[in-house]
Structure formats: C-alpha cells, structure tokens
Write a new protein. Structure first.
Length: 336
C-alpha cells in the first residue's frame, strides 16, 4: 500500500506532457510487439511492427504494412482508439504549453537565462528611445526590461525580454540574471516627487550592486542633491536629466539654434560617430594642433580630449598630449 502511494506521489510530480509522451511510446511499442508475434510473416521484425504502430498512432498511415488476421486488426482498432487519443492529447498539450510560455514571456514571469546582456530598468519614453538606440548600434546584444507598471511587453519592442516586478527586489533582479549582465541603465520613475524618484533609483542601484558589484551602472538622477548618494550607492555614471534639459531649453531661449547643434551632436553619438581614442605612444608629446591633420586625413575630426576624468572641448592648440589621454573624435557621416 505504501509503495502504491509512493508511486502515485511520484507520478503526481511528473508533468502531463511527459506522461502523455511515455503513454504514446508505450502503446506504440506494445502494439508493435503484439502484431509481430501475431503475424510474424507479415511483420518479420520487431522494428517493422513498431514502425507500423507509430505510423498508425501518428495518423500518417503509409500503408506499407497492413494487418490481415482478425485478432491483429482488433489490436489495430484498440491502438487507433488509445494511441491516437494519447497522440492528440500530446500534440494539444505541446501547443498549449507553447502558448502558455509565450504568454508568460509577454507578462514578464519568465526568467532570462542569457549573459552579457543589457538591463534597462523602468519603462518610459527615455528607456524606449534607449532600447531603440542600443538595438541600432548593437543589434546582437540581448536586452532585458524590468518594470512593475506594465501588464505585458509593449508590442513595438522586438527581441526584448520582459521581467515584471519591483527592480529593488533581489528575486526580480535574479530573474533578469543581473549577476551576468553587461551593463545596467536605471531610469527615473516620474511618479510623486523628484526626491522620491531619486530615492527609488538609488535603492535600485544598491540592489543591483549587491548582486553584481562589477556591472557598469548608469543612473538617471533628477535632483543635484542626490548625485553624491547615487555615487555612494555604486553608480558608475550619473545622468542629471533635469539639468541637461534645462540647459538645452535655456540655451535655445538665449541663443537660438543652439539646441539644433546639440541635437545634431546627439544624432552623431547615436550613429556611433563619436568615439574616444586612447592616445598612442607615437602621439604622446605632440601638440593638439599637430594631431588634428593626422586624424583629418582619415576623415576624423578631433573636437576635444579627456584627461583625468575631465572633458576638454577645443583645447589650446599648443596643449601637449600625455599618456592616458583620450581624444574625442567625430567620424565622417558618409550619409550626408
């Protein structure tokens, strides 16, 4: 009795699809063995009997083997009712499972199992544009979107894995496989006060860094006062979006067409036409003005350099290049 209860319990944990698969295989093998024993001259080998059984169960019916005796045809009738029934249930179960998995993926309950992916946290217009730009620049990179407000993945997003939930929870970050992520973008949630939005972003940064301290994390911050806290939380790069927007609006108000220049520069960046080039040994000691023609011959324009974390646009012509300097280069836009 205890053995029977153990078997029932064990079978209860086996998925229905697996049970049906074994039922189809079992009925086909059993029927094939029976017809071989009943009509050895017609089904000369075990394999021929099993072949006939599976052809019958799958409703293909090639007709290359046909039972002749009454008892064998009775076996065939039983096989048709039982085996074909199991096969139909198996096919519909597979189809139902596929539909269920697809729906679950849309609803964000399936875990991501890849690596070297980019995680975007928060769904808004900025994250939508970021995803589009990433896919244009790096079409082979997998993207995971984490958001708790969406009911399902927006239809316009293609090749994006969706995880629904609070991004500050460890379980949700594990579902996005944050430990193997390449980089993370945390966008501010414009609900409530700016302070509340920044606090939520900082909390998410702490949770991300707690699971993967090495992942490069970019955080959108709305208030200047929270920049230091975001960096303490582990943010590798903080983007103060309100300050950037305010600067563009003010520049356009006081100096018309300035925003057009900024937008054009951003378009260059989106097209991967803006690069940081590390100064080579041959260039160390050369003046900035002597370096310009070397790059211009290769259809690249140097607009500045990065030194010790500081960006210097249009530096003095006599400035000498040093080791570890990075040149800010504009590549030629051949589309224009």
């Amino acid at each position: 009795m205890q053995q029977w209860l153990f078997i029932r319990t064990l079978l209860g944990h086996v998925p229905l699809v697996v049970k049906l698969l074994f039922a189809v295989i079992g009925s086909g093998v059993l029927a094939g063995a029976l017809v071989h024993l009943l009509e050895p001259e017609r089904f000369s080998t075990w394999f021929e009997g099993i072949w006939w059984a599976f052809v019958t169960v799958s409703t293909v019916g090639y007709g290359d083997f046909v039972p002749e005796s009454t008892i064998t045809r009775i076996v065939a009738i039983v096989l048709i009712f039982v085996g074909v029934g199991f096969m139909t249930l198996l096919v519909t179960s597979f189809a139902g499972a596929a539909v269920s998995i697809n729906q679950s993926a849309k609803e964000g309950v399936i875990s991501f199992i890849g690596k070297d992916h980019i995680v975007v946290i928060g769904w808004n217009e900025r994250s939508r544009q970021s995803i589009e730009n990433i896919q244009l620049a790096l079409p082979y990179i997998k993207i995971v979107l984490i958001d708790e407000t969406l009911d399902e993945l927006p239809k316009e997003l293609k090749n994006v894995h969706f995880v629904k939930g609070n991004s500050s929870e460890d379980a949700i970050l594990k579902q996005a496989n944050i430990s193997l992520a390449r980089s993370v973008l945390i966008t501010a949630k414009h609900q409530g006060s700016e302070f509340t939005a920044d606090a939520r972003s900082i909390l998410t940064t702490l949770a991300v860094k707690g699971q993967n301290s090495d992942v490069y994390t970019t955080v959108e911050i709305l208030t200047k006062e929270q920049l230091a806290n975001a960096k303490r939380a582990g943010a590798d790069k903080c983007v103060e979006s309100t300050t950037l927007t305010g600067s563009v609006l003010t520049s356009n108000l006081l100096h018309q067409q300035t925003s057009d220049v900024i937008n054009q520069f951003l378009e260059y960046n989106e097209k991967n036409l803006v690069e940081f080039r590390l100064v080579t040994e041959k260039l160390v000691g050369k003046s900035f003005i002597d370096t310009l023609p070397l790059f211009y011959k290769e259809e690249m324009l140097i607009i500045g350099l990065k030194r010790s974390g500081q960006i210097l646009f249009h530096p003095h012509s006599s400035l000498l290049l040093e080791p570890n300097d990075e040149l800010i280069v504009l590549k030629s836009n051949k589309a224009t």
